[in-house]
Design a binder for this molecule. Structure first.
Ligand code: ASP
Length: 302
């Protein structure tokens, strides 16, 4: 049995295997429509979600599985009565064959996995990691560029609290010859532990101060929302680096723009019909990558 907790756990071969399986499922969806017919999967969400929960639930249903769900577990589960996370997991693991969980604490997925007899899939843990998002982000890069090796990727916005960024750069570090440019709002830089981790795996990390310092032939811009829910109480003011038709004029036709969504103002809707805007394609890819992942975990037991 395998939990999916952090992008640190993957090998490059596992990622490429998942991408191939995802493509195969996508091209032969009917053949997979009963793949997990005997399985019940729980989606246990203690924080808001649109794409992650619904794409996982769609993935479960499209593979013929059954889903039990609480979309607001912080208020609507026994957490409000003081039940510990590990007690909840000890009960839910009897009802379900896998648990997909989003929680507000950084170590929640690890704690849940330590209590669970079934696989736990981390669907976002506080400001820590969001590994299944990174899988679909890297898959979207792979589909558009035909490879992940050798890409240059600028991470933008809230690098401090953005869990999607933390997972993505760890995942990219499995590939060769990767350059990551960091452009954060001043108060929200990438924590040193992540810089050290990716550099130890051979990634070149280059902090920059503005969009025009980025190379015109950059491969990927990964824009993110400022995670106001994590820092308002600390008095940090939310700022934004805005991508728009005008600011994107700096980049060439090969610079694709990704965003985990939801967005606020950091990508102007006037850019949405630009062929370089890939964020809606990215969220659709999420459903297929999650079908692949569920198949690996529940059928291949990988
Ligand atoms: N949906 C992503 C997440 O849950 C990104 C975000 O909320 O800004 O981390």
């Amino acid at each position: 049995m395998k939990h999916v907790l952090s992008c640190e756990q993957f090998t490059r071969d596992e990622i490429m295997g998942l991408f191939k399986l995802t493509d195969h499922i996508r091209e032969n969806e009917k053949a997979y429509s009963g793949a997990i017919a005997d399985k019940v999967v729980a989606t246990l969400f203690y924080e808001p979600s649109t794409r992650t929960r619904l794409s996982f639930e769609a993935a479960i249903l499209r593979l013929g599985g059954k889903n039990i769900s609480t979309e607001n577990a912080k208020e609507m589960s026994s957490a409000i009565k003081g039940e510990s996370l590990t007690d909840t997991i000890r009960v839910v693991d009897g009802y379900a064959d896998a648990i997909i969980m989003r929680h507000f604490e950084v170590d929640s997925a690890v704690r849940a996995a330590s209590a669970s007899r079934v696989p736990v899939l981390n669907a976002g843990a506080g400001s820590g990691e969001h590994p299944t998002q990174a899988l679909l982000d890297a898959y979207t890069i792979y589909k558009n560029k035909g490879k992940v090796d050798g890409i240059s990727c600028a991470i933008l916005g809230d690098l401090l609290y953005g869990r999607t960024i933390h997972s993505l750069i760890k995942l990219l570090s499995l590939f060769d010859n990767i350059t990551v440019y960091g452009l954060s709002v001043e108060t929200l830089p990438l924590p040193e532990e992540y810089v050290k981790f990716i550099e130890s795996r051979g990634v070149k990390y280059v902090p920059v101060k503005c969009l025009t310092e980025l190379p015109k032939d950059l491969d990927v811009i990964y824009q993110t929302r400022t995670q106001t829910e994590r820092f308002l109480e600390q008095g940090i003011v939310a700022e934004e680096i805005v991508l728009s038709k005008a600011s994107m004029a700096h980049f060439g036709p090969g610079t694709m723009v990704l965003h985990p969504l939801p967005r606020n103002n950091e990508i102007s809707p006037d850019f949405d019909d630009d062929p370089r805007a890939k964020y809606f394609e990215q969220s659709l890819n999420g459903m297929y990558v999650r079908m692949g992942l569920l198949y690996e975990v529940l059928v291949n037991n990988k």
